[in-house]
Design a protein around this ligand. Structure first.
Ligand code: FAD
Length: 377
């Protein structure tokens, strides 16, 4: 059974299709609603892509970025899953049962609901999403998106993952565009900010203004989604995992599995789903150990991305952040693909950090140590 039927829990159920019966328990009756989850083609391997395929809503051959005076077409493919496409893929899987209820606690043998009901199974996995923890210091990527239908074709053939040609405010501001067909697209107003608050009314007005500036006339706003994603600046993974029982398999944001700088977590959830498929028969202790080992290795590998997050949020002033991103997107495309996939090489890291620095050297140097102001317990 899986406590939390969001992205990570649902992907685990999809991955186990036909191999095991899965009970998905969530406090919300429609846990996937209001979500689009995307990934870059290089984030998953071909076997992972194959089992994800039934859940895809849309896929594209490339993607664009736009900065003032500089636009780039990247050949790296992109794909999106949404609530309907993932829900439909899961509804076609035999052996998946859903329970709506608030989980009070999870242990290796089962789940206790807030009303005291106990649900037991061969194995319980904790996938209850993000919860703040003293071992991690975060800032925010926040956004409000609208899926809109236009009166006439928009002319886009591929996603624009950052259109940063817009006025900068509240940190780094850009628009994110996913063209689902020739008149339908998701438009998201996105910010890399120090604070988590976002006015929905302001973002709706901003999207309307942006659409008008593109010459688009909105026929209908079909739905909205919004989110505040953690971006990690400092993470003491050993301290974090000390607080999780050794026999409790933990995945998704509950296990702090996300790219420290982009906030994407789909590739991590895919990887954890594969580990569950490989180890669930060996019992909770073995599976929990495999997931923990993978998480600790990943947290170590992500030290570089946390350094970049510190540079973006602590060395760059809010209105300098666009400059940092623009410089990054001028780097060679294979380097950008490895960065998304969390697989930057030493040469990539050196290339990202050297050259004409986009932030003052003194401030950049102060970001180098990953020291917490207050040491996590
Ligand atoms: C709108 C949005 C768009 C995003 N887009 C992308 C993207 O394009 N690509 C990408 O990689 N990442 C994206 N992310 C970031 C990240 O992938 C998501 O946050 C992702 O949903 C995290 O997956 P998860 O399963 O760990 O947590 P969640 O999907 O948040 O799932 C956790 C689930 O646990 C349930 N839960 C929590 N506590 C309890 C409890 N006590 N009892 C019962 N149920 C409980 C919640 O209701 C929730 O359904 C996006 C996030 C948001 C919010």
């Amino acid at each position: 059974m899986v406590a939390g039927a969001g992205l990570a829990g649902s992907l685990a159920a999809l991955r186990l299709a036909g191999a095991a019966d899965v009970v998905l328990i969530d406090q919300r009756p429609e846990p996937l609603a209001g979500h689009t989850w995307s990934f870059h083609s290089g984030d998953v391997d071909s076997a992972q892509r194959a089992w994800l395929q039934p859940a895809l809503r849309c896929q594209w051959d490339g993607q664009d970025v736009r900065f003032p005076g500089y636009g780039r077409q990247l050949r790296s493919g992109y794909a999106s899953i949404d609530a309907d496409s993932l829900g439909a893929a899961l509804s076609g899987v035999a052996g998946v049962t859903r329970i709506t209820g608030r989980v009070a606690s999870v242990d290796a043998g089962g789940v206790t609901l807030a009303d005291g009901q106990r649900i037991e199974g061969d194995l319980a996995v904790d996938a209850r999403g993000f919860s703040p923890h003293p071992s991690i210091e975060v800032r925010f990527q926040k956004f409000l998106g609208q899926e809109i239908l236009l009166e006439a074709p928009h002319g886009l053939t591929r996603p624009v993952i950052m259109d940063a040609t817009v006025p900068q405010m509240d940190g780094y501001r850009f628009f994110y565009l996913l063209p689902f067909d020739d008149r339908r697209l998701l438009v998201e107003a996105t910010y890399y900010s120090d604070g988590a608050s976002l006015s929905s009314a302001d973002q709706r007005a901003g999207i309307a203004e942006y659409a008008a500036a593109q010459g688009w006339r909105i026929a209908t706003v079909e739905r909205e989604e919004n989110g505040v994603l953690p971006i990690a600046l400092r993470f003491d993974a050993d301290a974090f995992w000390r607080g999780i029982p050794a026999d409790l398999p933990t995945i998704g944001l509950r296990a702090m599995r996300f790219h420290a700088l982009t906030g994407y977590s789909l590739p991590h959830a895919v990887r954890s789903a594969d580990l569950i498929a490989r180890h669930w028969r060996q019992g909770a202790q073995v599976l929990a150990g495999a997931l923990r080992g993978d998480s600790l290795a990943d947290a170590k590998a992500q030290g570089f991305y946390r350094l970049l997050s510190r540079m973006l949020f602590e060395a760059a002033a809010p209105d300098e952040r666009r400059h940092v991103m623009e410089r990054f997107y001028r780097l060679p495309e294979p380097l950008i693909e490895r960065f998304y996939a969390g697989q930057s090489t030493w040469a990539d890291k050196a290339r990202i950090l050297t050259g004409r620095p986009p932030v003052p050297v003194g401030r950049a140097l102060r970001c180098l140590p990953e020291t917490f102001k207050v040491k996590p317990a």
